[in-house]
Design a protein around this ligand. Structure first.
Ligand code: IMP
Length: 189
């Protein structure tokens, strides 16, 4: 945060995440500045723990109030897999691999969860989370968004996130976590 204008750094190597954060936080008057950050994240079952560790590492480089986020896709019929191993899984087996694991599976419910960790200074860190429930589609659809978006249909809708980024930015896990985060930022204005 600088002066009275609300600015915050987002440390990530994912430009799609930056775009989504700019859209959501921009609507409440917060400017997101991208801090390019490549980090080998820790292995853990906890998104929050992964995000906290990454925020601490990012702050050491950025030296300004900075946030990071960690997201996972949790598929009920796969006991929450790939969860915190979502990036590794996508790299190894891709969307096709997920669809193969789900072949013949009727229960297609899943959720995305995001944890934001915000490191304001050397002594302060806080976290904010958001969840979005939905269904894993029978095939990949759409070309917007990134990652697992072509497979995810949020509850109450027919389109995948990759078919409508506008829909995604209105109700996604990331949107919800950013909204919670924004309340803290604007309360200090
Ligand atoms: P991470 O938060 O960057 O570690 O993401 C974990 C994995 O989930 C990566 O493969 C991302 O591409 C994917 N992912 C993260 N956020 C989203 C999202 O909003 N939609 C679809 N896939 C996502």
């Amino acid at each position: 945060m600088q002066g009275d204008s609300l600015e915050v750094y987002f440390a990530t190597s994912n430009k799609h995440k930056v775009e989504e954060a700019k859209k959501v936080l921009g609507t409440v008057g917060i400017t997101v500045k991208h801090f390019p950050f490549v980090h080998r994240e820790i292995r853990s079952d906890s998104l929050e723990e992964i995000a906290r560790e990454a925020a601490t590492a990012a702050f050491k480089q950025c030296r300004q109030p900075v946030f990071v986020e960690d997201t996972g896709l949790f598929i009920d019929s796969l006991n929450g897999f790939p969860g915190t191993f979502s990036a590794w899984t996508l790299k190894k087996i891709g969307l096709e691999g997920i669809l193969k694991l789900m072949q013949g599976v009727n229960n297609r419910s899943a959720y995305f969860e995001t944890y934001i960790a915000y490191k304001r200074d050397t002594s302060h860190i806080s976290t904010f989370s958001g969840k979005c429930s939905g269904q894993i589609s029978l095939e990949g659809r759409g070309s917007e968004g990134f990652g697992y978006d072509p497979l995810f249909v949020p509850d109450g809708h027919d389109q995948t996130f990759a078919e409508s980024i506008t829909l995604k930015n209105k109700l996604s896990h990331r949107y919800k976590s950013l909204l919670e985060f924004s309340k803290t930022l604007t309360s200090r204005r």
